[in-house]
Every structure is written in structure tokens, then in C-alpha cells.
Design a protein around this ligand. Sequence first.
Ligand code: CTP
Length: 418
Amino acid sequence: MRRIWSDKCIVLGVTGSIAAYKACDLASRLVELGAEVVPVLTKSAREFVGAASFEAITGQRAITEMFEPVQNPAIEHIALATRASLFIIAPATANIIAKAAHGIADDWLSTTLLATRAPILFAPAMNSNMYSHPATIANIELLKSRGCHFVGPESGRLACKTIGPGRLIDVQAIIEAATPLVSGNHELAGKRVLITSGGTREPVDPVRFLGNRSSGRMGRALALAALARGAEVTVITGPAHVAPPYGARVVEVETAAEMAEAVAKHAPKADVVIAAAAVADYRVKAPSVQKRKRDGAPVTLDLIENPDILAALGKSRRKGRILVGFAAETERLLENARAKLQKKNLDLIVANQVSVADSGFEVDTVKGAILDRAGPNEEFPLCAKEEFAERLMERIVALANAESDSSGIGRANFVPGG
Ligand code: CTP
């Protein structure tokens, strides 16, 4: 994420909503990611928050007036409209949306929105009736048809004491929605990436299950890396500690059988399948309908094998589809991983050393190696799962490009950095 945001110029337009204070958090997170954030506060935004907060957070002078003596030519509106990598309008009121839709330029922000050719992301926040008013709906549709982007709003309790759609979506989702827009990387544009993530739960009785310690962090990091390259991403996830990123289509499942069914449904259209889920190899043959009672006697659970989802995909490979697996190992890491690569007929496998501290389940870091069918193993030191996901995605893009070259179709959809 830092690599993507580093040194990018983000114009953060804040308009007059009670949610304006949340834009301080957004500004702070963007600065933390390495972006240069230029805050712009409309007149009504300043009724809710002060320019000084944004100036302290971003280290930039907040733009508040259209006709100030030009002290800094770099933030003059045409200069900034040209230099900005992205405009984020958060919170975006019905008013700024209407003005942008109809080309009204009556203050710094609306004028610069008209002048820029950078991507624009609106995060609306307003009363539910205003949001569902036909005028607002039509304005949003019009802006979308011209290539503007929207994130949120969420439904919930609003400042006006009503409950409904209109709440500013959380800051993390705004950043996730903005990431592909700011990345400028289209290596996977037009490609469908399917990711399995999280663990599975196999019922023992109505209240108990057999599960594992998968947190879903790796699946989430991979989805982010694919989205940042312009892919269409579907995440089939079992129960997990973290949610997939904004922008991914999410299919929630619980058991291995449900995951197998969901993969069978979504895999046929996928160009890349990454199996990051920790799927239970066995399930209880006959889960008890009623809660099992303790009676002092030893308990034996009769387990039967689950389908191997990834192996099934490897058996019925579609030409051009890239299959990537994970091998969670506690011993003979590379040997076991290579055996799985071959047995499941994969293009790449990640040998994941789960027996060392800080690598594997429930942690943010990972250590191991990436293996392919031909080349040398690419060992990687302990690193953040996000950093690792970037590395793996680069390998996937390289494979896809090699595939396109050898098939003679060309690289239409796999242009590095294109
Ligand atoms: N996998 C799968 N379906 C299963 C089991 C595993 O799709 N029923 C996938 C995992 O998502 C992972 C890869 O296969 O990408 C290897 O999973 P792993 O648990 O390491 O290996 P297993 O094949 O289950 O073998 P073992 O447990 O004996 O090590």
C-alpha cells in the first residue's frame, strides 16, 4: 500500500456534513501511507471543522477561498487540477454532487473538479431522503457514466436521528476504493481473480465445530494486490478475523463443502485462482442434530474426507488459467510444497513455514518460498503479508504475460505498468 500511495498528490475535498470530522482521520491515514494531501474545505465544511486541524495533519495549507492572493502557485486551482493523482471528496454532500454533475463552478472545489482530468472519488454523506431523492440518484448516475467513482454511503443511524442510507462509509473502505484509482497499474485489467480465504468450520453438533486458526489476512492482502492492478476480484471466504477489502465481490461460506460448491460456481470464469483458504481436510460424518451431552465416556468422532477443491481445479484445467496454491507446512517445507505443486497440477505454490514464530496463521507476517514448475525457488524472508502479496502478484502477472506470449495472442490485458 505504501508503495502505491507514496508521493502521490491527493486533493481531499471536504464539504459541509456532520461527518466532516472523519475526513481528519482520512487525511491522517493518507499521510501515513506516504501521500501528499492537499485539503480543500468548502465554506459549509468550515462550519463543522477547522482548517487548522487539516493543516496540522497534512502539513499543507488548507485551501478555503477561491480568490486569495496567490502565495503558492503550486496550489493554484489549475496547477493542482493538473498535478493531482486523485481527488477524494469525503464527505460529499448532495450539493457538491449536484454541482459536479451539472458543471457548476462557484467555489474552489467545484471549479477545480471541472478543471481536473484526474480520477474523482466521491464518498457521499447526507440525510437518507436527500440520498434517495431522484435528483441525487440521477446526479450520481450521470457522474458515474462520465467515469467518476463512488464509495458508500453506509446505512445506519444518521445525525438527523433517522436510520437509513447516508452515513459516510468508514475511512478504511474509502482508502481501499481509492487504491486502484491511484495505483495507475492496469496489469490485471479485464482479468477475473478468484481467491479462497479464511478457514472452514465443520459442524460437530449445532453449537460446536472443527476449525482452524486461519485469519483471512493473506486472502485479504492478495485481494488488495489484485484490485490495485485493476482485476475483478471475487473472494470466497470461510469464517475469518478480517473482512475482504472494499471492491471485492464476497461470497461467504462456512464448510469445505460449501466452499467447493462456491468455487465450482465461480471458477469457470476466473483467469487466476488463488487458493489461500485453510480448508478442513475432514468433516464429521454424521454431525449430531442435538447438542452432544457429556456422559463421562470417551468420545470418538467419525471423520470422512472433504473434497480437495484446488486439486479438482488442477484436474480440469482450462488453458490459460493460472492456478496458485499454498502449502502450510511444519516440516520439510520445500519438499512437501513441491509435491503439492505437482500433485495438484499448479503453476505456483507458496511454501508457508507455519512452524516458526510470526509466520502463518493469525499473524501479519509470513516466511517461506514461492515455487513454480521450472525455475529456482524464490525464498523470501519474514515480511508483511501485504508485501508478500505484492510479490506473489508480480509472479502471477509475469506468468500470465509468458502465457500470452507463447500462445501468440499478445499481451493485450497484461501490460506491465500499462
Ligand atoms: N486445499 C483445497 N481443498 C482442500 C484442502 C486444501 O483447496 N480440501 C488447498 C489449500 O487452499 C491450499 C492447498 O490446497 O492452497 C494446500 O493445502 P494444505 O492444507 O497445505 O495441504 P493439503 O492438500 O490439505 O495436504 P496436507 O494437509 O496433508 O498437508
